[in-house]
Design a protein around this ligand. Structure first.
Ligand code: NCD
Length: 317
C-alpha cells in the first residue's frame, strides 16, 4: 500500500519525473496527431471518475486519456450518488475502494478532498481540482505548452539524461517571465502553477486587483498594460464567482476594463497567451486575442489529453 503513488499536487512529482512525463506526453501527442494507435497499457484497468464540481474540459480530457490507453471508465454520476443522500465522503471512498478500481480521479469543492480520499483507498488518487487548492494536471499541461514553445529542443536533449537538476532544469525556461492575471486568490490553477513554474525557474508576476491577490512574496501588480510588455507568457484566469461569498468588485465590465487581455494590451509582444478555460470572452481575453496565433488556449486542451495519458500511464501501468 505504501508504494502507491498519488497526484494530489504538483510537488508529488519530482522534477526528473516531470521531465520523463513530458517526454511520454509528447510521444503520445505524436501518435494521436498521426492517428497511430498507442499500445494499451491500461487494458483491463478500471478508472473511476467522480466529479463533485462541474467540468467540461478536465473530465472529458481524463476520460479520453483513459480510453486512448485502452482502459475502462466508470463515471460516477454525483447528482445520483449516495453522497447526495447524506453518505459521508469516507464511506463513499470505502465503497469505491471495495470495487477494486485501478485509479480514482476526483474533483471536489473542498480543498484536501483528494488527499483525504488517498488515505482510504488502495489505488492512486488523481486530483482533478480541489477547491482553491490544487489542480496538478492543469499546471503540468500549462508548463508543457510553455516548454513546447520556448524549450522543445532542449527538452529533447534531456531524454536520456541520468540526472536532472531539481531546480530550473531547462535553461530555455529559466528566467522567463509569466504574468498570472485575474482571480488568483481563488484559483487552484494559479496555486499549482506557482509551485511548478517557480520550480522550473520562471519568474511569476501576479496581476490582479487587490481583492484577487493572495498574501505572497511574489511580485504583484495591478497594471496589466505595463506588465504585459515585459513578460513571455500571459496566463489569464476566470473570475471564480462561485467561490465568492460576496460581490467584491463593481461589475465584471469594470474588471474587464483593466484586466481583459486585449490586442491593445498585448501589442507586438511575441509572448504566448494561456487560459485553462472556461474563458469568459471579452472579460478575461477578447475575441481578437483568442484568434491570434499567440493564443495557445486550444493547444493547452490538446496537451491536456497527452499529459493525462502520461500521468495515468505512470501512476497505474
Ligand atoms: C479550471 C478549474 O476548474 O479549476 N478549469 C479547468 O480545469 N480547465 C479553472 C476554472 O474553473 O476557472
Amino acid at each position: 500500500m505504501s508504494d502507491i503513488r498519488h497526484l494530489i499536487r504538483t510537488s508529488d512529482f519530482s522534477t526528473q519525473e516531470i521531465i520523463t512525463l513530458f517526454h511520454n506526453a509528447l510521444h503520445y501527442k505524436q501518435l494521436l496527431m498521426s492517428k497511430t494507435p498507442t499500445h494499451q497499457p491500461l487494458k483491463h484497468k478500471n478508472v473511476i471518475t467522480i466529479f463533485f464540481e462541474n467540468s467540461t474540459r478536465t473530465l472529458s480530457s481524463f476520460e479520453l486519456a483513459v480510453k486512448n490507453l485502452g482502459g475502462d471508465i466508470l463515471r460516477l454520476d454525483v447528482s445520483r450518488s449516495s453522497t447526495s443522500k447524506g453518505e459521508t465522503i469516507s464511506d463513499t471512498a470505502a465503497n469505491l475502494n471495495a470495487m477494486n478500481p485501478d485509479a480514482i480521479i476526483i474533483r471536489h469543492r473542498n480543498a484536501g478532498a483528494g488527499y483525504y480520499l488517498s488515505a482510504h483507498v488502495n489505488c492512486p488518487i488523481i486530483n482533478g481540482g480541489d477547491g482553491a487548492h490544487s489542480h496538478p494536471t492543469q499546471a503540468l499541461l500549462d508548463l508543457l505548452t510553455i516548454i513546447e514553445h520556448f524549450g522543445l529542443e532542449e527538452l529533447q536533449t534531456l531524454k536520456n539524461a541520468d540526472t536532472i537538476a531539481p531546480f530550473a532544469p531547462l535553461d530555455s525556461i529559466k528566467g522567463k517571465k509569466i504574468a498570472i492575471v485575474g482571480d488568483v486568490v481563488n484559483s487552484r490553477v494559479a496555486n499549482s502553477n506557482i509551485e511548478l513554474l517557480t520550480r522550473f525557474g520562471m519568474e511569476v508576476i501576479l496581476v490582479a486587483p487587490p481583492h484577487f491577490l493572495p498574501q505572497t512574496s511574489l511580485r504583484t501588480s495591478d497594471n496589466l498594460k505595463a506588465i504585459a510588455q515585459e513578460v513571455d507568457v500571459i496566463m489569464s484566469l476566470r473570475t471564480q464567482t462561485e467561490r465568492h461569498d460576496q460581490v467584491i468588485y463593481g461589475s465584471l465590465k469594470d474588471y474587464a476594463s483593466r484586466f481583459c487581455v486585449t490586442k491593445e494590451i498585448v501589442g507586438n509582444n511575441p509572448c504566448i497567451i494561456l487560459h485553462p478555460g472556461p474563458v469568459h470572452r471579452n472579460i478575461d481575453i477578447d475575441d481578437e486575442v483568442l484568434k491570434d496565433s499567440r493564443s495557445k488556449v486550444l493547444e493547452q486542451v490538446t496537451n491536456g489529453v497527452c499529459v493525462r495519458m502520461a500521468a495515468l500511464d505512470f501512476l497505474i501501468a
